[in-house]
Design a binder for this molecule. Structure first.
Ligand code: GAP
Length: 460
């Protein structure tokens, strides 16, 4: 049986060391989470798979990593200072603060079964609340010595457009990809790692000739739906596409489509957004942009030192490329992968087995080596040497564990999604074979230790 509630996932994450509430021993800090020993492996695997698909497997994408702190003008010309806001309302009775457009998701401060506004409390008129965090830069705290923590990784790619173009000699269309932290002072962070204040994003800015944008936008949406299904293991029927209403589009977007995933408890909600950002960003960050014939409405810019244009040799003209942007959350990606993988099964003996059927490439631990007898030195030494050999051959997490009986060790590995458990026993000492147990079928087979590495490699 699949996960019925988010609570089941949250419990597993805490119990087994995937994800913990941030600063927990001091009562926590709302909207922050820490990734534990298994969470960090899952997250790294998800990012690695994204990078492989979007950078390595393509001939038209470069990866970069840009600074979280950026010049204030980035956020002036990106439009974030003015428009990166959510509508905030206060309850005059319980003093709670809520997002006006998400009241239906929030519990009332006094009567948690009701939503704000459904109780006797009176809500204020909404006012725009900017979600960007500020921090001081340098030792002198004057009113201008601040910087924002970036609320999206995208701007690092726009301001480096010419650097990447000139250093790689790319032709349109080409993309710049980045994975990194972003920060949003969400009014009501909630639902575990679904909406947090410190998040990680996997974003791609794909630069195209104006006119090619609509077709390429559609291609990226289809490509990434397939990626979430085939590489990450989400069920196709748990994915929906959501077209944003024209009137509610972000200030930079001509069309936005979201991939929604059916999270337990939350229902269908956003996993990744695809915006057609037109020539807004490169145009907006360009010096003297009023001379560029932009389609987007931007603020005149005399602070930038560059015109972020592309010289088209076929027409001998400078053009401002359009941008198609797939933007996914790493945290939401991890959550979706965990939800999709979670399974509770009733075994023949009536016991319940929790098993994470993660794609092997996502699994935090690929192989667990388990000695059948921990007080038999020859078995222990052989098991440890198998682990060392696997590690020497491949870059993957393999663990040695002798802290419980074999049945308990199997259950523990099932619960964290380890695809293979290798048991070393007396027969192993005699004939150089081990038992390999498959996580999903629980079937066991004996294979030669010499063949173990190729057996595992083929399946992960
Ligand atoms: N550059 C475009 C951009 O940032 P977005 O739709 O605001 O677009 C992209 O964010 C993705 O980042 C979302 O689809 C979501 O997966 C993730 N995300 C956004 N805000 C988040 C938050 N507060 N907590 C967790 N993930 C978030």
């Amino acid at each position: 049986m699949a996960a019925q509630t988010l609570e089941q996932i949250i419990n597993l994450c805490k119990r087994r060391g995937f994800i913990f509430p941030g600063s927990e021993i001091y009562g926590g800090l709302q909207g922050t989470y820490d990734y534990g020993p298994l969470g960090v492996e899952l997250k790294n695997n998800l990012k690695r798979l994204w990078w492989k698909h979007n950078v390595y497997e393509r001939d038209d994408v470069e990866g970069i990593e840009t600074a979280i702190l950026m010049n204030k003008n980035v956020w002036k010309y990106s439009g974030h200072e003015e428009t990166f806001t959510d509508p905030l309302v206060d309850c005059k009775t319980c003093k709670g603060r809520f997002r006006e457009d998400k009241l239906a998701d929030a519990p009332c401060g006094l009567h948690p079964k009701l939503h704000p506004g459904e109780c006797e409390g009176q809500l204020t008129e909404p006012r725009a609340f900017n979600l960007m965090f500020k921090t001081q830069v340098g030792p002198v705290a004057d009113p201008d010595s601040f910087a924002y923590l970036r609320p999206e990784t995208a701007q690092g790619m726009f301001v480096n457009f010419s650097n990447v173009l000139n250093s790689t000699n790319r032709k349109l269309p080409f993309g710049i990809a980045q994975i990194g932290k972003s920060f949003r002072n969400e009014i009501t962070p909630r639902n575990f790692i679904f909406r947090v204040r410190e998040l990680e994003q996997m974003e791609m800015e794909y630069f195209v000739m104006p006119g090619d944008d609509e077709r390429i936008h559609e291609e990226w949406i289809q490509d990434h739906v397939n990626w979430w299904v085939n590489d990450i293991g989400l069920a196709r029927e748990d994915i929906q596409l959501h077209e944003h209403e024209k009137a509610k589009l972000s200030h930079y977007s001509k069309r936005t489509v979201d991939i929604l995933y059916k999270f337990p408890t939350l229902g269908f909600d956003e996993l990744e957004g695809f915006a057609n950002r037109t020539d807004y960003d490169l145009g907006s960050h360009s010096r003297s942009n009023d001379t560029l014939g932009l389609t987007a409405r931007v603020t005149k810019n005399e602070h930038s030192t560059e015109k972020l244009t592309y010289f088209d040799h076929t027409t001998n003209k400078h053009v401002v490329p359009f941008v198609v942007e797939p933007a996914a959350g790493v945290d939401r990606g991890c959550l979706a992968a965990l939800c999709a993988a979670y399974n509770e099964e009733t075994l023949e003996n009536g016991e319940t087995r929790i098993v994470l059927k993660l794609k092997p490439a996502l699994a935090p631990i690929k192989v667990a080596i388990l000695p059948l007898k921990k007080n038999e030195p020859r078995i222990v030494e052989l098991a440890k040497s198998i682990k060392r050999t696997l590690l020497a051959k491949g870059d993957m997490r393999a663990v040695y564990d002798d802290t419980a009986g074999i049945g308990k060790l199997y259950r523990r590995q099932d619960e964290v999604g380890t695809p293979f458990c290798v048991t070393v026993d007396f027969t192993s000492l005699d004939d150089g074979t081990v038992t390999v147990r498959d996580r999903d079928t629980m079937a066991q087979q004996r294979i030669a230790i010499a063949d173990l590495w190729s057996y595992v490699r083929e399946r992960i």
